[in-house]
Design a protein around this ligand. Structure first.
Ligand code: GLU
Length: 289
């Protein structure tokens, strides 16, 4: 594993799994949950559950119960109370105020039709005088020369995106909701969490979140991204593209499949039940590609 000693100070390790309440857990989300759990437990660290409930229009009733029941059925029991991003609005507002007063935010009128090919503002909104009364999103500017790459504990060195690819991004949406990038940047920073382990589909987001952490003077956690599960067509398994919910009645089989996907040793025949499987996997956890 690419851990520096500072990365794995077991007393300091605080990890998390952070699902959005948009449906039940599927095999892809179990991979992220299991990887973050095993990494935390392997380092004798804490593992928390945070519900990323900042997008009410996408929330699906009953999903928090479905997620927690599925985690428990798979032996993935979190430390402390469940954390909810919806309780952190004042932190997000405070961060937005700081970014506004330091000149990093601008109002943007762009719709899908006017964004550039990278999803950045495509019509120079930052040079326009856009009134508060006009529906707009808030975007943060990116200074490419100050955007640093980072060392992913699993994937290794990650260069900063090209200047044209990340000129700006949304931190508050036109509908008034906080953007995922803002909420995650703040809630994932130290001392909330020291180690973030999640799917590689979020590698791009990590650059954005680290940029916000840098602007806000937040201490950055260590990041590790794990390969995501793909459907037969090669697309990421997700609730949006219809991944079936996990069958809670066959947790051993589900865990076995996830461990195989994560390139972990198969549990021996003496570890047939969930607790023994997790004990074995925790002891032998190592990040490999
Ligand atoms: N809640 C988001 C998701 O479910 C973010 C996950 C993360 O940052 O780990 O995709």
């Amino acid at each position: 594993m690419n851990d520096s000693p500072a990365d794995t100070d077991s007393n300091a390790y605080r990890g998390r799994f952070a699902p959005s309440p948009t449906g039940p857990l599927h095999a892809g989300s179990l991979v992220a949950a299991l990887a973050s759990f095993l990494d935390a437990r392997h380092h004798h660290g804490q593992w928390h559950l945070r519900i990323d409930d900042i997008d009410p229009p996408r929330a699906v009733a009953g999903s928090i119960d479905a997620i927690t029941e599925a985690l428990v059925a798979h032996g993935l029991v979190w430390d402390g109370p469940i954390l909810y991003q919806s309780h952190s609005s004042s932190n997000y507002d405070h961060a937005l105020d700081r970014l506004i007063s330091s000149g990093w935010l601008f109002r943007c009128l762009c719709t899908r039709a006017t964004l550039d090919a990278n999803g950045c503002c495509g019509q120079h909104c930052q040079n326009q005088d856009i009134s508060l009364a006009t529906p707009h999103s808030l975007r943060v500017k990116v200074a490419p020369e100050r955007l640093a790459g980072f060392n992913d504990r699993f994937f290794g060195g990650q260069a900063a995106p090209a200047e044209t690819a990340l000129k700006d991004f949304i931190v508050k949406r036109r509908d008034g909701l906080y953007a995922y990038q803002l909420a995650a940047a703040i809630d994932d920073a130290k001392p909330h969490f020291t180690h973030i382990v999640r799917g590689a589909d979020l590698l791009e987001s990590t650059h954005r979140q680290r940029w916000l952490q840098q602007l806000l003077g937040l201490e950055q956690p260590a990041y590790a991204h794990v390969a995501v599960l793909l459907d037969p067509a090669g697309k990421k398994l997700s609730k949006q593209n219809g991944a079936p919910p996990l069958d809670k009645h066959q947790p051993e089989q589900n865990l076995r499949q996830c461990l195989q996907h994560l390139a972990q040793p198969a549990p021996p025949s003496s570890a047939r039940r969930v607790p023994e499987m997790l004990d074995h996997a925790t002891e032998h956890w190592s990040m490999r590609r």
